[in-house]
Design a protein around this ligand. Structure first.
Ligand code: GUN
Length: 284
């Protein structure tokens, strides 16, 4: 079997196209959606991600503000910045780029963001509502993966999804969102024994561990759908995923490439969440 390549750039662009008219309406009402991105320190990967997020905002007409703070910023100083953004009516989404320097508690910062402006979907209130129902923002990467599967007409209900990775940002919320869509969910992680035994059962494999080419053809069954969240570098410095794409593409029925798969969907869902937040604010 030769897998269909799931093009995250194309699906992301289609969703962004749909967002444009909603953003235009908000702009016409004098309340364009606004995103504040806070970057602390000089992590190069974070700088790259943040500039990609800002560029995407500009392209769609979302107002964006970048707040850059030095590496030695204290937790108290960062909390003050977050509090000011919580009260700023121009801002509907607050994103504090992770990781943060060691002197700052990520949990304290995430919990300081008003849940209704937490477009990352990391606040415990949003995580709780994702589980129990109610108005919430979902974390952008797993939310983007759900949209991607739906866009491809892939039926999730009743399928066995096996997630490799249990991070708060991807693995755990991915499990919850798939469960909400009626999948049977297994979450594997670094202590899982006999990983391949589990992944071979999967109709849908989601690799989100950050280990280059961990998932090979021997880890998947014929016709599996393979979603690669990994963002690793090979020995030549080239971007590569957690999945051995070349090895798996002749066994899977559908597969995402790296780059051009999950990455563009993550940014798209940030734009969607920010637009949604501005719409909710307008209703209040
Ligand atoms: N660092 C890596 N991914 C993310 C993300 O989705 N949001 C934030 N705030 N930080 C990140």
């Amino acid at each position: 079997m030769t897998a269909e390549i799931i093009d995250g750039r194309k699906i992301g662009l289609d969703i962004r196209e749909e967002l444009k008219s909603r953003i235009e309406k908000l702009r016409e009402s004098g309340q364009p959606p606004g995103l504040a991105v806070v970057l602390v320190g000089h992590n190069q990967a974070s700088k790259t991600y943040v500039s990609m997020k800002q560029k995407a905002c500009t392209e769609l007409g979302i107002y964006s503000e970048l707040i850059e703070l030095p590496e030695e910023t204290t937790e108290a100083a960062l909390l003050e910045v977050v509090n000011a953004l919580n009260e700023n009516d121009r801002i509907h989404g607050i994103l504090v780029q992770l990781p943060l320097p060691d002197q700052i508690s990520e949990a304290a910062v995430i919990e300081a963001i008003k849940p209704e402006k937490d477009v990352d979907g990391f606040h415990p209130v949003n995580i709780g509502r994702m589980q129990t129902g109610g108005e919430a923002f979902y974390p952008c990467t797993p939310y983007g993966i759900i949209k991607m599967l739906e866009h491809k007409g892939i039926n999730i209900a009743g399928k066995h999804a096996v997630i490799v990775g249990r991070s708060n940002i991807v693995g755990k919320p991915m499990g919850q969102l798939l469960l909400n869509k009626h999948a049977t969910v297994t979450i594997c992680h670094s202590r899982t024994e006999n990983l391949a035994y589990h992944t071979k059962q999967a109709d849908i494999v989601i690799a989100a561990v950050g280990i280059r080419h961990l998932i090979t053809a021997d880890h998947i069954k014929d016709g599996a759908i393979v979603i690669d969240v990994g963002m690793n570098r090979d020995d030549a410095g080239k971007l590569c995923g957690d999945v051995d794409f070349e090895g798996c593409k002749d066994k899977a029925s559908a597969i995402t490439p790296v780059p051009g798969g999950v990455g563009p969907m993550t940014i798209t869902m940030l734009l969607a969440n920010t637009t949604e937040s501005a719409e909710r604010a307008r209703m209040k």
